[in-house]
Design a protein around this ligand. Structure first.
Ligand code: ADP
Ligand code: MG
Length: 394
């Protein structure tokens, strides 16, 4: 369309017109719009038809970060639209539907999932979701396994690997998750004064840990195993009593599936340890902690169970379909997962991209203890990732 033949940043008014120009709503619609994004990267709008309350969400990527104005590769936008389509094929109910993608304007028009709430915020409010472990473990198995070359045609998979090369966003993860928490050479880490000595000794100076982190980083950069979400933290998962919606996969690329699984599991330790120290003792606390720790266990165990079932159905290739290989493959995925959980926990404690469950703790004495416990868990997960074989060992 002539009007949109070059990328420009939409205002709310532009965004309304945009949905008109692309006939997203009925002819007689009466539209209003608002900007709703709370992320720091992109621009998000909700457009509503007041005649019938139908709504859509527009997500636009700009050449510059919303927060800092730093340039960021627009390729991420197409990657996000593409992976949402693919995830939608494999797990329709777990992602927003895509109505339109515009490669030039970098606009995704998608289903409005406002009925679902941000999991990170819900957990901080001590909400319990009995089906969460079941739903997210299905999402992981259903979207990850079919994108591997165990299942996919080898040539097609290579083309996919190529089309999902996500240079700049991978670079962000390589730096912030795999490097700087262990070598603060850019001086960007933010560490509590009281924990400085500990961080130096346990993270910056531990060569044994550095070796394990390097192995995980090398795996992240070279193991084009599956099409992964790449940023599956609890703020990318939206939830209510009816189910989950996973959004914001702009870090997607072909990488080790354990990175997603571990990212998810790692993020569940933030509310767990936060509530352990900050919730008032009593029945509510016991119930919440019990549910959340059981959920962590179940995600791990259900992943194993569902992965094996799906593997037996989908993997037909000679040699690959044999049980011994399946078990070896799965044990590598699980070790990557536990290691990645450790990396995620540690980087949120010492890196500059914190989480509200840590940063929001006002009582400094408690925050010190929360951070110490998280570091201990994270280090154990990285070092002992091959020893952990069952959910309850987490
Ligand atoms: P960013 O890439 O900038 O981090 P996100 O995709 O995480 O953007 O979206 C930021 C916020 O916008 C989300 O936390 C959510 O509140 C809202 N949002 C994004 N997509 C949708 C959607 N499809 N429906 C409803 N709200 C959405
Ligand atoms: Mg985001």
């Amino acid at each position: 369309m002539e009007k949109y033949k070059e990328h420009f940043r939409l205002s709310v008014a532009n965004a309304i017109n945009y949905t008109k120009d692309f006939n997203i709503f009925d002819k007689n619609s009466k539209l209003k719009g608002e900007e709703i994004g709370d992320g720091n990267i992109n621009y998000i709008f909700r457009i509503i038809d007041e005649t019938n309350n139908k709504s859509v969400v527009l997500k636009q990527a700009d050449k510059f970060l919303r927060s800092s104005g730093r340039p960021l590769d627009l390729a991420r936008s197409k990657i996000e639209a593409e992976i949402l389509r693919i995830e939608g094929q494999y797990s329709e109910k777990s992602v927003p539907k895509i109505y339109l993608y515009d490669d030039i304007m970098c606009v995704i028009v998608m289903e409005d999932i406002s009925e679902f709430k941000n999991l990170r915020k819900e957990l901080l409010k001590e909400k319990i979701f009995p089906n969460f472990s079941d739903e997210i473990s299905s999402f992981l198995v259903d979207t990850l396994l079919p994108t591997t070359d165990l299942v996919m045609n080898s040539a097609e998979k290579k083309e996919k690997v190529q089309s999902f090369i996500n240079k700049e966003l991978c670079d962000i993860s390589e730096c912030l998750v795999f490097t700087e928490p262990y070598d603060d050479y850019k001086k960007r880490n933010i560490v509590l004064k009281e924990n400085e000595t500990l961080v130096k000794e346990k993270l910056y100076d531990d060569k044994e840990l550095h070796l394990e982190v390097s192995k995980l980083k090398n795996n992240f950069m070279n193991n084009a195993q599956a099409l992964i979400h790449g940023d599956l933290h609890s703020g990318s998962i939206f939830i209510n009593e009816r189910g989950i919606k996973v959004i914001d996969p702009e870090f997607a690329f072909y990488g080790p599936m354990g990175y997603d699984i571990g990212n998810l599991i790692g993020n569940l330790y933030f509310p767990l340890i936060n509530k352990k120290y900050l919730m008032k003792d009593g029945e509510d606390k016991e119930k919440f902690i019990k549910w959340l720790s059981t959920s962590i266990e179940e995600i791990y165990d259900m992943f194993i169970y569902k992965f094996k079932n799906k593997y037996k159905k989908l993997v037909k290739q000679p040699l690959y379909h044999e049980e011994n290989f399946m078990n070896w493959y799965l044990s590598e995925v699980l070790a990557d997962s536990v290691g990645s959980a450790g990396l995620e926990i540690i980087r949120r404690v010492v890196g500059d991209t914190k989480v509200i469950e840590i940063e929001g703790i006002e009582d400094i004495e408690k925050r010190i203890l929360v951070e110490r416990e998280l570091l201990e868990i994270g280090i154990r997960f990285i070092k002992e990732r091959y020893k952990i074989k069952r959910g309850d060992q987490l």
